[in-house]
Design a protein around this ligand. Structure first.
Ligand code: PLP
Length: 432
């Protein structure tokens, strides 16, 4: 079989929470001024109560609300594919599987949490959500999600992307989102830059500051984040829970699980339900591999310490692997992987040795993307292509050793809005 399909009734009814299973508790977020753990009421200014509860929950399973399941059913369960053409092309004895999160309407895994966050804000009486977006993946997922719950959505989009990548902006507006090029004159944080230069190119750091400031200064508005936080990883576990059932249908348990890591949410979403087996001692040999760009090598080169979550220094201090909050990665095409830190859950498991990591250069990643497009037919997002590159390398190692390993990776999204990057690569204009 090439494809393992679950019925609509088999969408997971509960999210899996790894927190109670961690060998040691996470280090709490700290208030930068007092260096004391942040009090929940400070977080309540920008996040609704149910999400703050999920952030620190010690319950292993959390029910998915009916209203969220209903929206999930527009594209979930997603298929699990066996990449047989790729296996044949590589002439590997390895078996390669991938979970296809590119089939959601916004084209990535991100709506798994966007829908949940929109729902919890709605039932908490929130009327508007703000967020930031770089290339537009997260902004489009949140615009998509908020419309189902009658919430307004305002997206601060880094001005260079706003000007250079109009298609994701149009997508956001099609779903009713309001897209503001950042820096904007709407906020104190934005005005500082906007007044100097109304065509200021902006940065993700400035856009985050604008979105948070607006949420903190308006009673009807909260802020929404697309990765890194515990509750985001929690919502993404629907990926791994489905994949576990589908791997059972296929009759295999993976030896290697692979995901690209920006903030860590799609990687964790696929791997955490399997990692639970490793933490319980049932699957001691399971290899879980995080893949990052050499241009932003957070796990492979960063330090494990407290740092700000944003560039400007507005957020609490978070214990994570970090390249420093003022690290500015070169402008690579996998925009979703340019974060200076990583999710605290992923960092803890990496620090304790349950996860390994590898970094790849941009051109070798696009090479893998083309191989995948030409064997399996799907054009992958440049982010997802990092996982594909690692899966190919793993399969080629099996070819040398003769091992019949079972490899599972996450296809976190499609690349149909990234064709100009493909164009550059095929013309030989892409650099490392
Ligand atoms: C945003 C994004 C990523 C990176 O974010 P994570 O939180 O690490 O998953 C990866 N792939 C795609 C397609 C994305 O849109």
């Amino acid at each position: 079989m090439r494809k393992y399909i679950l019925s609509e009734g088999e969408i997971p009814k509960r999210w899996f929470n790894i927190l109670p299973l961690l060998p040691e508790p996470l280090d709490p977020p700290l208030d930068p001024e007092t260096k004391e753990p942040v009090s929940p009421d400070k977080l309540a200014v920008i996040f609704p109560e149910p999400l703050i509860e999920q952030e620190v929950s010690d319950k292993e399973w959390i029910d998915i609300p009916e209203e969220v399941l209903e929206v999930y059913s527009l594209w979930r369960p997603t298929p699990l594919h066996r990449a047989k053409n790729l296996e044949e092309f590589l002439q590997t004895p390895a078996k390669i599987f991938f979970k296809n999160e590119s089939v959601s309407p916004p084209g990535s895994h991100k709506p798994n949490t966007a829908v949940a966050q929109a729902y919890y804000n709605k039932i908490s009486g929130v009327k508007r959500l703000t967020t930031e977006t770089g290339a537009g993946q997260w902004g489009s997922a949140l615009s998509f999600a908020t419309q189902f719950f009658g919430l307004e959505c305002r997206v601060y989009m880094v001005r260079v992307s706003y000007n250079q990548k109009p298609y994701r902006r149009i997508l956001m507006e099609t779903w009713g989102g309001e897209v503001i090029p950042s820096p904007s004159p709407n906020t104190n944080a934005g005005r500082k830059f906007y007044d100097q230069d109304p065509e200021h190119p902006g940065s993700l750091g400035i856009a985050i500051s604008e979105a948070i400031e607006e949420a903190a200064t308006r009673d009807d508005t909260k802020y929404s984040l697309g990765s890194v936080l515990n509750h985001v990883l929690l919502h993404q576990t629907v990926i791994g829970l489905e994949a576990k059932k589908q791997m059972e249908m296929a009759g295999f348990y993976p030896d290697v699980i692979i995901g690209a890591v920006g903030g860590g949410s799609n990687f964790a979403g696929l791997s955490l339900p399997f990692l639970a087996d490793k933490l319980r001692g049932d699957k001691p040999d399971l290899k879980v591999l995080a893949v990052e760009p050499t241009a932003c090598p957070t796990l492979t080169q960063g330090e494990y310490r407290y740092d700000f979550g944003d560039t400007v220094g507005l957020t609490p201090l978070i214990k994570m692997y970090t390249l420093g909050h003022d690290f500015v990665p070169p402008p690579i095409h996998a925009g979703g992987l340019r974060y200076h830190g990583d999710a605290p859950i992923v960092c803890k498991l990496y620090d304790l040795g349950y996860i390994s990591a590898v970094a790849y250069k941009q051109t070798e990643v696009f090479e893998a993307a083309l191989t995948f497009a030409r064997t399996e037919g799907i054009v992958p997002a440049p982010e997802s292509a990092h996982a594909i590159k690692a899966a190919i390398d793993e399969a080629l190692r099996c070819k040398e050793t003769g091992e019949e390993k079972v490899i599972l990776f996450n296809l976190s999204g499609h690349g149909y809005f990234d064709l100009s990057a493909y164009d550059k690569f095929m013309r030989g204009e892409l650099e490392d």
